[in-house]
Design a protein around this ligand. Structure first.
Ligand SMILES: *[C@@H]1O[C@H](CO)[C@@H](O)[C@H](O)[C@H]1NC(C)=O
Ligand SMILES: *[C@@H]1O[C@H](CO)[C@@H](O)[C@H](O)[C@H]1NC(C)=O
Ligand SMILES: *[C@@H]1O[C@H](CO)[C@@H](O)[C@H](O)[C@H]1NC(C)=O
Ligand SMILES: *[C@@H]1O[C@H](CO)[C@@H](O)[C@H](O)[C@H]1NC(C)=O
Ligand SMILES: *[C@@H]1O[C@H](CO)[C@@H](O)[C@H](O)[C@H]1NC(C)=O
Length: 305
């Protein structure tokens, strides 16, 4: 009896895994435009730490003891679809963090009340140990909305797409078009949702060996520097911010990312999302009752809402 139950569970898992893989592979990536880095981005690092491929379409950021490197979009956006392919530092990358995020006020150090953020952070690890992907949301300078996932592939072997869908109802974090996290607007309860501030898309590589890997126990091995993360296929379909506010906010027919289908997960996305929740989540602030004796109100909203 027990064994039969176990094997039917295993079957169900297998079926779920197969469905999952099928639904991932049936998704087409939209072709990214080819354009030069300088058309859309400015960098914030020494020339020595930024290089491109011969055709200019792949970019490499490097980190050594002297400096990290970052870039950000020249434009600011409020709501839309943002996507890029990344290949992360391979081998021993413990202590190294590659951040890929949207931020409204990140030219200043420290998070002031003007800062909203939507973050992906990739936390490096010792050779053969799994990368963690940490996501977070900031509102008015306050974050503390971390989730951590492991991935279903090695993010250092190949390029994978990491995307953000942002509209007034939800934020969705996608990996290869699989929704790994849904953060819904709870404005009627605690107003903790990035709504009104336009953001730049930013990426950077930096040393965070005081906290990133096994809570800071694993230090960056500088004899292996430079550490390099690679980027390509930037694509954005969003409201560019133009003064006067609000130039592009509400729904018009071409803004697919703020139309009914983008306000909720689709049925197949729900299956993928449920699979991720069961198998890949290793930390969820909503369940951390030690840190939050009173569960933050947005945690009560169903991702299916
Ligand atoms: C990059 O910038 C160029 C020139 O401003 C623009 O035409 C193009 O659409 C931009 N590419 C993306 C992906 O936004
Ligand atoms: C947020 O609140 C405004 C005003 O109360 C309301 O019109 C809007 O529908 C709400 N949005 C969501 C996503 O609940
Ligand atoms: C953020 O600031 C805005 C404007 O001051 C305010 O309306 C909103 O309630 C604040 N939200 C949170 C979660 O602090
Ligand atoms: C690194 O690997 C260790 C051991 O497998 C694991 O406990 C940890 O969660 C991994 N990631 C980070 C960022 O510490
Ligand atoms: C750092 O990397 C070097 C070169 O691979 C290796 O010889 C050394 O053992 C590493 N140190 C640590 C602490 O892992």
């Amino acid at each position: 009896m027990e064994r039969r139950r176990a094997s039917s569970m295993a079957n169900r898992f297998l079926i779920a895994a197969v469905l999952f893989v099928l639904s991932c592979s049936s998704i087409q990536e939209t072709a990214a435009q080819t354009s030069s880095f300088d058309d859309n981005f400015s960098k914030t690092c020494p020339e020595t730490h930024f290089t491109t491929s011969a055709d200019g379409q792949t970019w490499y950021l490097s980190l050594d003891k002297e400096s990290g490197c970052g870039f950000q979009t020249k434009e600011r956006y409020r709501f839309g679809w943002f996507s890029m392919k990344l290949k992360l530092v391979s081998g021993d990358s413990a202590g190294v963090v590659t951040a890929y995020y949207m931020c409204s006020d990140c030219t200043h150090l420290g998070a002031g009340p003007e800062r909203d953020e939507i973050d992906f952070e990739f936390l490096g690890n010792r050779t053969g140990q799994p990368y963690l992907i940490q996501t977070n949301v900031y509102k008015n300078g306050t974050g503390n909305r971390e989730m951590r996932h492991v991935l279903w592939f090695d993010p250092t072997k190949d390029y994978h797409s990491y995307s953000i869908l942002w509209n007034p109802l939800q934020l969705v974090f996608y990996v290869d078009r699989v929704p790994i996290r849904v953060y819904r607007n709870a404005n009627y309860t605690n107003n903790f949702f990035p709504m009104d501030k336009p953001m730049n898309l930013i990426s950077s590589i930096w040393n965070a060996d005081d906290w990133a890997t096994r809570g800071g126990l694993e230090k960056t091995n500088w004899t292996l520097a430079p550490f390099v993360s690679s980027y390509k296929d930037f694509s954005v379909d969003a409201c560019k911010w133009e003064d006067p506010y609000p130039a592009c906010v509400s729904t018009t027919t071409e803004h697919w990312w703020d139309q009914y289908p983008a306000w909720h997960l689709s049925d197949s996305e729900k299956l993928d999302y449920a699979w991720v929740q069961r198998n890949l989540v290793i930390y969820d602030y909503c369940k951390d009752t030690e840190r939050f004796p009173k569960v933050p109100e947005e945690c009560w909203i169903s991702p299916w809402a």
